[in-house]
Design a protein around this ligand. Structure first.
Ligand SMILES: [Fe+2]
Length: 208
């Protein structure tokens, strides 16, 4: 006689936090094309957001056709991510809210932040020097810090911070509510990434 129907103790996942890490096919040429645009873009605009130093473009570059290639890749990838977690495309469209370029030079970083009102956010890496600064993703279940338990390794049930080593050509996607920061760039090369926010709109005549 057993206490349960099965000996499988794999838990049901609740309140899950998705993270997608995708490798963009053909990223070498895509990044070369983006780098070639930067001298011109840097003369046109700048903003200050979570960045400590560095350069942050305007946030409307999803409307700039000079970046159409990477915009399409990010849009298509985000749609695939959204589909995988049950996004209802019959009643809603997934649309860009914003897209911008970050250039962090030596000593520059990004403070911890979230992306308000963004369904999916993420980053694509154009230039990622060694020691250029990893992204840090923080456990969204803040109360977990009150009751840690001993485990040999960090796991999805014990970790408070996930440091992800970024590679050129990687495209990260995660919920906009997931707090994150970017470590200091300790190298002497620029760390160049493209960040984005995706939101959604109701399709006409589909509201209940
Ligand atoms: Fe961010």
């Amino acid at each position: 006689m057993t206490a349960s129907e099965t000996d499988d103790f794999t838990p049901t996942q609740i309140f899950a936090t998705p993270l997608w890490v995708r490798r963009v096919v053909g990223f070498e040429q895509i990044n070369a094309d983006i780098r070639a645009l930067l001298p011109q873009l840097r003369t046109e605009s700048a903003e200050r957001r979570s960045n400590e130093g560095g350069w942050h473009s305007q946030t409307n570059l999803h409307t700039d056709d000079r970046l159409a290639q990477i915009r399409k890749i990010i849009g298509t990838t985000s749609a695939g991510c959204a589909t995988s977690i049950g996004f209802d495309f019959t009643r809603h469209n997934l649309v860009f809210q914003s897209l911008w370029i970050n250039i962090n030079g030596h000593g520059h970083s990004n403070r911890a932040h979230v992306h308000p009102q963004s369904f999916l956010s993420g980053a694509y890496y154009v230039d990622m020097p060694k020691d250029g600064g990893n992204i840090e993703l923080f456990d969204p279940i803040a109360a977990r810090v009150m009751s840690p338990f001993p485990a040999d390794d960090l796991s999805p049930y014990t970790g408070q911070l996930l440091e992800h080593t970024c590679r050129e050509g990687d495209l990260l996607v995660f919920p906009g509510w997931l707090q994150h920061s970017v470590q200091r760039n300790e190298s002497n090369r620029d760390r160049i990434s493209i960040s984005f926010n995706m939101t959604f709109e109701s399709k006409p005549n589909t509201q209940r």
